[in-house]
Design a protein around this ligand. Structure first.
Ligand code: ATP
Ligand code: MG
Length: 405
């Protein structure tokens, strides 16, 4: 196939076993979200580029290197969304949801786009399911959110460690920022070029650098937790106490900052023990709604990386029996009726489109892992029955389709 007819690098078809894993993940998350009474929202895949630039932060990797930006025919700068929160915040304000209820719990599911170097579990189009809570400042909301992430991972049988940190607020972060810059200046000869460049503009990002020497250099870095103001400290302590009380295990990671600028107070990641990558990530963003022009609204949320989890979950077992209906001779009118009767009874039914003899038909039934072959010949049609063959035992009997249960 010529190159132009292949999917672009980093873009993937999802099918077969992968798709079954994909659906297992999304339906498990949706089931759990239902019990938490979250409401779904669908926002556009395209927003004005500023929506992301202003919220995620001009100096972040996502905005500087990873965003798909294009201009439309009128010269407006649009972007494919690299994450879900900014669009949901935009929608929350634009739809004036804050006038309807004192707080909101929303979730979204869909594709995200980032121009990254593709590798296992890292694509240019990938999928997230994310949740956002608007209008709650208290730490019990943080704890419930972390519990939700933990419930999701447990339900999917994924072993991951919750890492948490606090990034403080407007009151306490500036002093920390200064102290951190001071520290980074002292170790600047050990930092990579990018970090030397960003240490003054966005020093917290240095803590998130993946380069080995940087990781080593920031091990002993000044910590935000040592600078938390009274309110932030109390908030952080309560979140931890609630989690402990709930039996949710976590580990504090004082260098955890996350790749987006909008976070305040609690940030967290669930890091897969097997792959050493984050599969869930999120935190609080108490000023973002306000910065978008909405009323001051504390908020928090997280996103689940579906492709990352696909590397870790098992394909679900089939939870239904398959009936494979095989017509022989001029019986298609009757066979279509049989199929309809069975489907009305709630059975999962495939009508064979294969031509050929019984052996070939049964071969196909086996390839499809059918549990039953339903043989419909002229004799069966005359009698108003089918020959039902149990594919495991090979047993076969004649039965009226209405009587199959
Ligand atoms: P990473 O440090 O792995 O690049 P990130 O901090 O950029 O992650 P977030 O923006 O927090 O990731 O997105 C939340 C989750 O979405 C990540 O934890 C990950 O599971 C998933 N994710 C992020 N980028 C990609 C990608 N390019 N392909 C697949 N999944 C991704
Ligand atoms: Mg990233």
């Amino acid at each position: 196939m010529s190159k132009e007819f292949q999917a672009p690098r980093g873009f993937h078809d999802i099918l077969g076993s992968d798709l079954r894993k994909f659906r297992r993940i999304t339906s498990t998350v949706r089931d759990i979200l239902k019990r938490y009474n979250y409401e779904e929202i669908i926002t556009p895949v395209v927003e004005f580029a500023e929506v992301f630039e202003r919220s995620i932060g001009e100096t972040t990797d996502i905005v500087q290197k990873e965003m798909f930006v294009f201009t439309d025919r009128k010269g407006r700068r649009l972007a494919l969304r690299p994450e879900g929160t900014a669009g949901v915040v935009r929608a929350y304000i634009q739809n004036r949801l804050y006038t309807q209820k004192p707080y909101h719990k929303l979730f979204y599911e869909g594709p995200m786009f980032r121009y990254e170097r593709p590798q296992a579990g890292r694509y240019r189009q990938f999928h997230q399911i994310g949740v956002e809570v608007f209008g709650v400042a208290e730490p019990h909301a943080d704890a419930e959110l972390l519990k939700l992430a933990d419930d999701i991972l447990k339900a999917l049988n994924v072993r991951a460690t919750l890492e948490i940190n606090s990034l403080g607020c407007r009151v306490c972060r500036p002093a920390y920022r200064e102290a951190l810059v001071e520290y980074l200046n002292r170790v600047s000869d050990q930092l990579c070029k990018v970090c030397v460049d960003r240490k003054d503009r966005n020093p917290l990002r240095v803590l998130d650098c993946k380069v080995e020497t940087c990781k080593e250099a920031v091990k002993e870095a000044t910590k935000m937790v040592d600078f938390l103001c009274e309110e932030c400290r109390e908030h952080y302590e309560k979140v931890k106490a609630y989690l402990t009380n709930l039996g949710v295990s976590f580990r504090e990671n004082h260098n955890l900052v996350r790749g987006l600028d909008y976070y305040t107070r609690t940030v967290f990641e669930a890091v897969s023990e097997e792959l050493d990558v984050a599969v869930v990530a999120g935190g609080r963003y108490d000023y973002l709604v306000e910065e978008f022009g909405g009323p001051p609204t504390p908020a928090l949320g997280f996103a689940v990386g579906v492709e990352r989890l696909m590397l870790l979950v098992e394909e679900p077992e089939r939870d239904y029996e398959l009936y494979f209906v095989i017509p022989f001779g001029d019986v298609h009118a009757y066979a279509l009726k049989v199929v309809d009767v069975l489907r009305k009874k709630g059975k999962v039914v495939e009508l064979s489109y294969r031509k050929g003899g019984l052996r070939k038909q049964l071969e196909l039934a086996n390839r499809l892992s059918a549990d039953y072959a339903v043989i419909v010949g002229e004799e069966e049609m005359k009698e108003g029955v089918v020959s039902l063959k149990d594919m495991r035992t090979g047993e076969q009997r004649k039965v009226k389709p209405e009587e199959i249960d």
